[in-house]
Design a protein around this ligand. Sequence first.
Ligand code: SF4
Length: 225
Amino acid sequence: MTTMAPQRPRPTSVAVRATRFGAAVASPRPSAPAALVPLYEVPSVASDLYDEIADCPACDLARTRTQTVPGSGPLPCDLMFIGEGPGQREDELGLPFVGRSGQFLDELLASIGRSRRDVYVTNVVKCRPPGNRDPEPSEMAACRGFLDRQIEMAQPKVVATLGRFSMARWFPGERISAIHGQPRTLDGVTVIPMYHPAAALRNGSLRAVMMQDFARINELLKAAS
Ligand code: SF4
């Protein structure tokens, strides 16, 4: 158990966010893309959960975070993406996937006719690991209950895991290079493992692989309806 880090107010709405950054009116922070503004709205069903996450001291990441990054998007939601952990930009804004990885995620979503407004996005851990290191097993275990509750609220038809840490929840011991893009139905939910968008930024050949894997999502949603 560790001492809780000082917390900034969580981003509950456009207006709150504007207040947080000292603006006099409900307008986005100048450096934040305008398209992200709707993502600051917290689904009412998740309000208490987001409050709990904002106050959580349960692992060492609480000491170094700027703020928690609970998730974004509507709840319930038929399509849910689960990544690894917040990066620097996410830690600054309190939103998941807002850096370069987020831009690529937006591209991938657009390729299947979707946007961030109609998918739920979160991470295995809700606080940034320092230096963008991998989350530790103890940190993922400490944060698991929050993810469990988000999945329960989302009631997703399809879960896409982004990267090996979220993949391990459903596919322990398997290698992402062997099973990416191959869905399985587990506990009544279709789960499709995918590379993390950051992997495609590091290795350009994975961009096409991710596009192909994403192209399966709509058929999976249809089959699950
Ligand atoms: S990563 Fe999760 S368990 Fe750890 S302090 Fe943040 S919210 Fe709590």
